[in-house]
Ligand binder design. Structure first.
Ligand code: AMP
Length: 283
């Protein structure tokens, strides 16, 4: 497996399958890499803790950095190369120039209208769009793999790619299902911050989602999720059932939707989501 630090050495990876990550790899990332390898294309895993997608009071400085372990996971899962870009190669002219680069995108409605991650992390999707667009420009993949774990992010990226198909040469975004621990907790690089009591409380999130796998109405499902989160001592930021398509209000008569949760345990913030079947649509 090659380790590429200089973007000029990416030529062999062009046209391949890209798996963008921020490192601190776990089995969720491993599954993305294996899915990418199954495409038969060379797999390029990028590892870059992107400063512009963290807000000023978020955990950029303490985000876990575990490069040696990451390289082993990436190689075992079938990566052909790992790209570890410098800040300068992602943000030519430095971070001070990032705002100018960001101006090239007007964020799609899915990044601003749902009032989910976009409301709680107002600068987040601007930073995400910036880094993935630079990675797509530099790596020129034909496929890029993203997890449903970050559902709004997946939808934002799918949208910006569909709006820029000629720029990215018909790049296809491939979604991958959320990988969970045996007890249901969605795998996340941030799970390692949880102490044993918080690890138990965190189960409230997947339980809340399971409790609404089928529900009679949006309002009843949202209340059930909030109650479950409360019972587990989680601080709910949002626990909502939304349209799969827009992530805004569920369309009248819809039979399925998406439940999305963000909740905190102390300073640790966790997100998760799952699909919901709705038996009666009465809001
Ligand atoms: P991150 O390193 O957290 O930015 O994640 C990199 C990619 O891995 C993103 O596309 C995430 O959605 C995906 N990912 C993270 N956790 C999981 C998981 N538990 N299951 C599936 N994909 C995941």
């Amino acid at each position: 497996m090659k380790i590429i630090e200089n973007a000029e050495n990416l030529s062999e990876s062009r046209g391949g399958a890209l798996v963008p990550t921020m490192g601190a790899l776990h089995e969720g990332h491993g599954t993305l890499i294996r899915a990418a390898a199954a495409s038969g294309r060379p797999v390029l895993v990028s590892i870059f803790v992107n400063p512009t997608q963290f807000g000023p009071n978020e955990d950029f400085a303490r985000y876990p950095r575990t490069l040696d372990a990451d390289l082993k996971i990436a190689e075992a899962a079938g990566a052909s190369a790992v790209f570890i870009p410098t800040v300068e190669s992602i943000y030519p002219g430095g971070l001070a120039n990032a705002a100018t680069l960001a101006a090239q995108f007007s964020l799609p409605a899915i990044a601003t209208a749902p009032l989910l991650e976009d409301a709680i992390r107002p600068t987040h999707f601007g930073g995400v769009c910036l880094v993935v667009s630079r990675l797509f420009d530099l790596c020129e993949p034909s496929l890029a793999f993203f997890g449903e774990k970050d559902f709004q992010q997946l939808r934002v990226i799918t949208q910006i790619v569909s709006e820029n198909l000629s720029r990215w040469n018909s790049l296809q975004i491939i979604p991958c299902a959320t990988i969970r621990e045996a007890d249901g907790l969605a795998m996340s690089s941030r799970n390692r911050y949880l102490d044993p009591a918080q690890r138990t409380s965190a189960l409230g999130i997947s339980r809340a989602l399971q409790s609404v796998a089928n529900c009679s109405s949006v309002a009843a499902g949202e209340k059930l999720m909030r109650d479950t989160l409360d019972q587990h001592g989680l601080e709910t930021q949002y626990a909502v059932i939304r349209s799969e398509k827009t992530l805004c209000a569920v369309e009248s008569g819809a039979k399925s939707a998406r439940a999305l949760i963000a909740a905190k345990l102390g300073e640790i913030r966790l997100i998760d989501n799952a699909s919901v079947g709705i038996t009666t649509m009465n809001g």
